[in-house]
Structures are given as C-alpha cells and as structure tokens.
Design a protein around this ligand. Structure first.
Ligand SMILES: Cc1cc2nc3c(=O)[nH]c(=O)nc-3n(C[C@H](O)[C@H](O)[C@H](O)COP(=O)(O)OP(=O)(O)OC[C@H]3O[C@@H](n4cnc5c(N)ncnc54)[C@H](O)[C@@H]3O)c2cc1C
Length: 441
C-alpha cells in the first residue's frame, strides 16, 4: 500500500454514530468522507433519546426545533396486570448534565445530523456501500461501490465532488478510497465484526421486536400524553412494550420478547386488550409494521490498527432503556477526542490509540448490560423499578443511569450494577451466534 491519503478519515454509515463523529472531525478541519448505503431521509427505529445525547447538539450547535424534537420528561414503567406505575423524572437525577430528553423521528433526526456534518465540511456519498477495508502502517484503503445510478452526494443524485479520490461511479464499478483512518459506523450491519469474526451475541436479553407507528392521535390521547411526554414501558410476562410519543400526533409502539417465537399477532393481541393503548390509540391510523431480531451484540475488537467502531457496530445492548443512540453519540465523542490530536501528531497508526477509550466506554456498556440483564433475569422489576426508593441519593442514582449519565464515578446505583458485572453479560461466539440480525417489514 502506498502512503497516499485523500481523506484523513473515511466513515462507513451516516447514522447518529457516523454523522456525529464525521461532524466533530470536519469541525476540526479534517478531510472526512462518509459513505452511506441508503438515501436520506430513511426510516430507522430508535426514537427515544436520553438526556446524555444532548451533548452532541451542544457540541455541534444544533438547536432543537419543535418540528424535530419532542420534549421528553422521563420514563414511566407500567404493569397493567397489577396497576403498578413508576415514574422517573430526569430532573430528579444526580446533579449533572441536561435533565430532560427528546423523542425524535429518526428519519428527521439522522438527516439533521447528516446535514450538520456536511455543513461542517464532511463529504457525503449516498447509495454507496463499503465493501472492504485494508489497513497497514501507511494508511487505509476502503473499497466502495455505487449501488445504483443515483449514487452520489447528500440525497443521491447530486453532491459536491471531493477534491481528490472520488468521482461518481457508474453503477456497480468499485472505487478505492485512500485515507489515514477508518470508522465503522455501520450499525447492526456490523461491517468489521463480520470481517474479523469478532462479534458476540449478548444472551438472555430481548430476542426480537415488532413495531409500528400510529398517526392521528385523538385530542384525548394527546391530552393524556402531554405535558410530560414520558416514554411508556409496559411490562408483560416475557417482555415489554414501548409507547413513544412523536411530533405530528404520532405514537411509536413496539413489543420486545425475551422468549423465542415473537409474531406480529402478539403485538396486535396485547394492543386489543390493553386499557392504556386502547385509550391512546382510539381512532388512530396504524402504519407499516416491521420486525427485527438478534440485535444485542458486542464486538470484541471494536478498535485496532487505523480503525474504530462507533455505535451499534461496537456494541448494542437491548432497547429497553433507550440507550442505543446516546451510547453511539457518546462513543463518537470519545473516539474523536483521541483521534483528533493523533491525526495532528501523525500518531493515528498506533494500534493501541483507542485502548484507554475502550476502558472508559466499557464502563458505560457494562452499566447498561448489568441493568438490562437484571431487568430480564432477576427480581429487578419488582425491587428496583416498582420498588425504587421514593427519594434520596440512590433513587437519583437510578435516574442518572436511566439518563445515560454513566461516565461519572459517584453514583451508588451504578457502583452496585458494576460490582456484580461479571454475572451480567453472557455471550455466544460468532460462529455459534446464529443468523445475523434480521429486519423485515
Ligand atoms: C427494536 C429497537 C428499538 C430501539 N429503540 C431505541 C430507542 O428508543 N432509543 C435509542 O436510543 N435507541 C434505540 N434503539 C437502538 C438504535 O436504533 C441504535 O442504537 C442506533 O440507531 C445506533 O446508531 P448507529 O449510528 O450506530 O447505527 P445506524 O443508525 O443503524 O446507522 C448505520 C448506518 O450505516 C449504514 N450502513 C450499513 N452498512 C453499510 C455499508 N457497508 N456501507 C455504507 N453504509 C452502511 C446504514 O444504511 C445506516 O444508515 C433501538 C433498537 C432496536 C433494535
């Protein structure tokens, strides 16, 4: 490989992880290429954000416009069979960062982050797929391929050409891009984990989800949801459901089960008998139903010679506590903090560049893994959710973890979760982990 590098960093994937790091690097003047398989806007699940995700808005100067961001006070856990309800208000967290969050339609949110990355100077290639990556002491070579004739800039067809390296490809013709560093932000596609065989399924968490949107909520439903707009997490014997209020009078509704064999009809059956959803969905129009499975996963080589994984391609721990987007963003920030000075000082070829960052982000992943493990496999729901103390530092600590404020070291609840972490994660080697994640619509 030659030392030619047309880009400082090549990013695969323009989801929240990829666009966040692309924007942060471009803001610091780096030459960044983002390669994204889809055109934007595109549907994506993962609509309930944690307060911790607000960091990226402040770093990138993004104003939360009401048409994109729907205020979220906190989370309500509900057991309709017993009538138990527990509400966690982010304002009651330990003193720290932002104490509220947002619900977002991901098509809009992801495009907004993508647009910001582009405004800051990143070059976007939509409808291109990253096919292969090679790294050595002198740089990375990334083979990309146009998926169809519309491949190009921001939304496909057009887009500014970079100064060097890329030209619009005729359909199907591979192009090799040369860079100094590669970021895998391919989400559940887990590009590098597949290439390296380093993926591990996380066991004993949720196995599959079925979900849909409802449009045209009634005034009564809107009145019940407002003014706090909490996410509703409804506990059922072998899983849970979410109700996430969105802008435009919509409700996102989904069901996750930890036992095998989830069917679309399981969601329908619960919605038909649920008093809560009966009220919220009365008269609303149901939109497309989708399913996804095998989503909880850890990449055991999430960084190495001239690469780092960001977002789900590094790790994803079950959707029950809405941590996915926030952890993707927090890891993007942490990776950028190490990568920027390394690029300036020509140290980006150090295979251990991200070692300290891995230790720090591991603490965040293990906190959520321990929490989720307890949720599905212990008496946590009775003892800690519905039985949480009504006030005091321990309750505030529970709320701080639920808020994604997991990089601190003064939280008694987080300490408790991490003390028993060796029991928390059980993984299956990739070879035995079964089929890759499945999404159907
Ligand atoms: C059922 C369910 C519910 C969820 N609910 C929530 C929630 O309420 N809140 C929350 O925070 N999170 C939630 N999540 C998690 C959330 O969806 C993810 O954590 C988040 O999208 C991760 O962002 P990302 O940038 O890593 O990946 P993504 O957002 O998936 O982006 C990856 C991008 O990479 C592109 N790509 C893939 N392969 C290639 C390739 N080879 N070349 C080029 N481009 C490629 C894809 O097209 C995609 O646009 C949920 C997940 C599931 C499964």
């Amino acid at each position: 490989m030659t030392g030619r590098a047309d880009w400082d960093v090549i990013v695969a994937g323009a989801g929240p992880g990829g666009s966040s790091i692309a924007a942060l690097l471009a803001m610091a003047g780096k030459r960044v290429l983002v390669v994204e398989r889809e055109t934007f806007p595109r549907f994506h699940i993962g609509e309930s954000l944690l307060p911790a995700s607000g960091l990226i808005q402040s770093l990138l100067g993004i104003e939360p416009r009401p048409e994109d961001f729907f205020f979220k006070r906190g989370a309500q856990f509900i057991d309709e069979s017993t009538g138990r309800v527990q509400t966690f208000d982010f304002a009651e967290a330990l003193p720290g960062p932002q104490r509220f969050a947002w619900h977002v339609e991901r098509a809009r949110f992801d495009k907004l982050l993508r647009d910001r990355a582009e405004e800051l100077g990143a070059v976007l290639r939509h409808r291109f797929e990253v096919e292969d990556v090679e790294a050595d002491a002198s740089g990375v070579r990334v083979r990309i391929r146009a998926l169809d004739a519309s491949a190009g800039g921001s939304d496909g067809a057009s887009g500014s050409a970079p100064e060097a390296g890329s030209v619009h490809a005729p359909r199907g013709e591979p192009i090799v891009e040369h860079g100094r560093y590669f970021i895998d932000a391919t989400g559940q596609d887990r590009f590098l984990a597949r290439k390296h065989g380093s993926g591990r399924s996380l066991e004993r968490f949720g196995r599959a989800a079925v979900f849909t949107h409802f449009a045209g909520l009634s005034p009564a439903a809107q009145a019940e949801i407002a003014p706090h707009n909490d996410i509703r997490v409804v506990i059922i014997p072998d899983g849970w459901l979410w109700g996430i209020p969105l802008t435009g009078n919509r409700l996102s509704v989904g069901m996750v089960k930890r036992t095998p064999g989830l069917r679309r009809s399981d969601l329908d059956a619960y919605l038909e008998t649920s008093p809560l959803f009966g009220r919220l969905l009365s008269g609303a129009e149901r939109l497309q139903t989708r399913m996804v499975s095998n989503f909880s996963f850890e990449n055991e080589q999430a960084s190495g010679l001239r690469y780092a994984c960001v977002g789900d391609s590094a790790c994803f721990i079950d959707p029950v506590f809405s941590s996915g987007v926030s952890l993707a963003i927090l890891r993007a920030v942490e990776v950028s903090k190490r990568l920027l000075p390394a690029l300036d000082e020509q140290r980006e070829g150090d295979p251990l560049l991200m070692a300290a960052m891995e230790n720090e982000t591991k603490r965040a992943y293990e906190t959520f893994a321990s929490l989720v493990y307890r949720f599905y496999n212990t008496h946590f729901i009775d003892n800690m959710l519905f039985g949480a103390p009504e006030e005091g530092r321990f309750r505030a600590g529970v709320i701080s973890v639920l808020a994604g404020d997991v990089f601190r070291d003064d939280n008694p609840f987080q300490d408790m979760l991490l003390r028993s972490r060796r029991h928390a994660i059980r993984t299956t080697p990739a070879a035995e982990a079964g089929p890759p994640p499945v999404a159907t619509s």
